[in-house]
Design a protein around this ligand. Structure first.
Ligand code: HEC
Ligand code: HEC
Length: 340
């Protein structure tokens, strides 16, 4: 099945025919990355044991859109990480096979190349680890990796492609490696904000510029946690998202078992934030206006909330400024999905 996507999102899929070291066909490791404006050099983030090649990325892309990953053949990665929705799904909670609800909101896959740990609570070290877990997660694909291998082996195209990329028969580990490689190429930068920082003062309205100042200010403290080129410190915080409810999601605490980690979640990137509503690990905030209101009131009370989150007393104009700044973080570059 052909998957056709119109050029409407603003992601750059790194797609590099240049700078390949010379090995034999299917194994040319990509060494020269075109990093979008505003991001850190991508190269250092490619794991040694899963280098990128064009053929591997292309195979990973096929698998990403392949419903045979799920036990009943109904959903692929893109069902939840939809390219048209900033690689998220617009739902409060993810919905897997048989309509089973996940306990969490689907994260964006953009800029996961910079990930230090994955999932809202950081329980997976690498993107590869995420995929192993996802395939067997009852609320996602509810499958077995061995079963996926068996089914893909019935497809001559896949047999040929795996052979070319990995010099071997289809294996579970290689399926995971190929999909993880494709995921690493989902990169967004080069937003109006990045162009503004690079010197083009026309790309941000006066309101968005005011919003940028507010965002970086000691008064709002947004940039303490949403820091660096990807707007995330990759650490865990309790920002006052619903904890005072029955059976709350305890977040990082579930992994660390430290009381102080109750209700902490990994700081999400803010890039392409205009595309990935609803927000937070539980999808409890819909739209950026509501998001600004949430922070303005200092989140919701709970005893573990970060001391950085306090009522902000923003004027209506300041709220709009912050809103406009957040919207300027959406990439504006050509969305290039490569050819299939
Ligand atoms: C049924 C919906 C669903 C499908 C299908 C799905 N995911 Fe996810 N994905 C999620 C949810 C929900 C989370 C967050 C879970 C959590 O944090 O506990 C997530 C998290 C991730 C993360 C971690 C991102 C981060 O910010 O930490 C990656 C990477 C990822 N998925 C990749 C994939 C890939 C690749 C596929 C296909 C092999 C896939 N997902 C299929 C729902 C889905
Ligand atoms: C103490 C650290 C911290 C501070 C300060 C902070 N945030 Fe956050 N932010 C987080 C965490 C952690 C989450 C995810 C919380 C959750 O899912 O429960 C988050 C979520 C968000 C989201 C939703 C992202 C998504 O993909 O769901 C946006 C947008 C956001 N913050 C913007 C801001 C703005 C604007 C400010 C300043 C007014 C701010 N943040 C201040 C840590 C922080």
């Amino acid at each position: 099945m052909k998957f056709k996507i119109q050029i409407i999102t603003c992601v750059i899929i790194i797609f590099f025919q240049i700078g390949c070291s010379n090995k034999k066909d299917g194994h040319k490791i990509i060494t020269n990355f075109k990093t979008p404006l505003g991001l850190e050099n991508l190269k250092q983030y490619i794991p040694n044991d899963n280098q990128l090649t064009n053929e591997k990325i292309s195979l990973g892309r096929n698998l990403y859109f392949d419903k045979r990953l799920s036990i009943d053949g109904t959903i692929s990665c893109s069902f939840c990480h939809n390219p048209l929705l900033g690689f998220s799904d617009g739902r409060y909670f993810a919905s897997g096979v048989f309509g089973l609800k996940s306990k969490r909101n689907t994260t964006t896959l953009l800029n996961r190349i910079f990930a230090q740990e994955n999932f809202w609570d950081g329980r997976a070290k690498s993107i590869e680890d995420v995929i192993y877990e996802h395939i067997e997660d009852q609320n996602i694909f509810a499958n077995k990796l061995d079963n996926v291998v068996k089914i893909l082996k019935e497809d001559k195209n896949y047999i040929r492609k795996f052979n070319k990329v990995f010099d071997s028969d289809i294996t579970g580990d290689d399926i995971v490696k190929a999909i993880a490689s494709f995921t690493r190429t989902l990169v967004t930068g080069d937003s109006p904000y990045d162009k503004y920082i690079a010197g083009d003062k026309n790309t941000l309205s006066q309101s968005a510029q005011n919003g940028l100042k507010l965002f970086m200010s000691d008064r709002l403290k947004c940039s303490v946690c949403h820091s660096g080129p990807n707007f995330s410190d990759e650490k865990y915080h309790n920002n006052g998202t619903k904890l005072n409810i029955e059976n709350p999601d305890l977040g990082r605490y579930l992994i660390s078992k430290n009381d102080e980690d109750k209700g902490k979640f990994r700081t999400p990137t803010l890039r392409d934030i205009g595309r990935t509503t609803p927000y937070m690990h539980d999808g409890s905030i819909k739209g950026l206006h509501a998001l600004v209101e949430f922070y303005n009131k200092g989140g919701e009370p709970n005893i573990y909330k970060s001391s950085l989150i306090k009522p902000l007393h923003l004027t209506e104009k300041e709220k709009l400024d912050l809103f406009n700044f957040l919207r300027s973080l959406t990439g504006t570059n050509v969305y290039f999905f490569g050819n299939r």
